[in-house]
Design a protein around this ligand. Structure first.
Ligand code: ADP
Ligand code: MG
Length: 227
């Protein structure tokens, strides 16, 4: 990991509105948040409360946000699209509800691909992918394509991919929301253990209070603000 800036993420008065059928809805109405290095924070809120919108803001996936978003001390609101992509690549890893793995590549290749852009030698990328997949119990599945893996295994590959470039901040959007309860509990425990072991911070959107209780801190999105 590169030098860590504290806080790794800071949101100051972040706002986001959408037009729906000619009506403007204010989804984020002034969100303030600081996440410290290594801190694992649960983002709770009912469906439609803006959790995904907030993670997209922090992930610098799109513009259109008011307020200030700082990632590792860099004020993203002042950056163009390419610079935002570079900050994302250097500092952020994503896990979504659906794995979004590339179907024609096997597990190890899916974890190697995001590393290649860093210019690291292929052997090092392979070693890193093997290390992460093995830590997640997939040592015997390295060469399986996604279609040959169970839902829980696919999601574990997605976790390994998110951590491949040693991000300071992992953004996880209902990462086990697509799994049955027993599998979800197991995958989530492995996810937490790995993120802690790596020393990454994480912001995890969920509406599962039990999963939230296993994290360091809980924030709740309600009426467009965090409580
Ligand atoms: P959550 O993840 O908490 O379920 P979302 O962030 O997905 O909530 O959505 C919050 C609100 O923003 C919802 O009312 C949703 O319809 C609206 N919304 C999200 N993305 C868009 C978009 N691209 N265009 C219009 N409305 C959107
Ligand atoms: Mg969502």
């Amino acid at each position: 990991m590169n030098d860590i800036v504290d806080p790794v993420v800071r949101l100051t008065d972040v706002t986001r509105s959408f037009e729906q059928g000619g009506v403007k809805i204010d989804v984020l109405r002034g969100v303030n948040l600081e996440v410290r290095p290594g801190e694992i924070v649960a983002l709770l809120g009912p469906s439609g409360s803006g959790k995904s919108t907030m993670l997209q803001a922090i992930g610098l996936l799109e513009g259109g946000f008011g307020g200030k978003i700082e990632i590792a001390g860099i004020d993203a609101s002042k950056l163009g699209k390419d610079q935002r992509a570079a900050v994302r690549r250097d500092h952020i890893g994503f896990v979504y509800q659906f794995h979004h793995l590339l179907p024609d590549f096997n597990a190890i290749e899916n974890v190697v691909l995001p590393q290649l852009i860093t210019g690291k030698p292929r052997t090092e990328c392979d070693a890193r992918a093997t290390e992460l997949l093995t830590a997640l119990g997939l040592g015997a599945r390295l060469e399986h394509r996604p279609s040959k893996l169970s839902g829980g295994e696919q999601q574990r590959v997605a976790v390994a991919r998110a951590l491949a470039n040693r991000p300071h901040m992992v953004l996880a959007d209902e990462p086990t929301g697509n799994l049955d309860e027993a599998t979800a509990d197991k995958v989530f425990a492995q996810f937490l253990a790995l993120v802690r072991g790596e020393g990454s911070a994480a912001l995890v959107a969920t509406h599962n209070e039990r999963l939230a209780a296993a994290m360091d801190r809980v924030v709740r999105l309600h009426d467009g603000v965090l409580t």
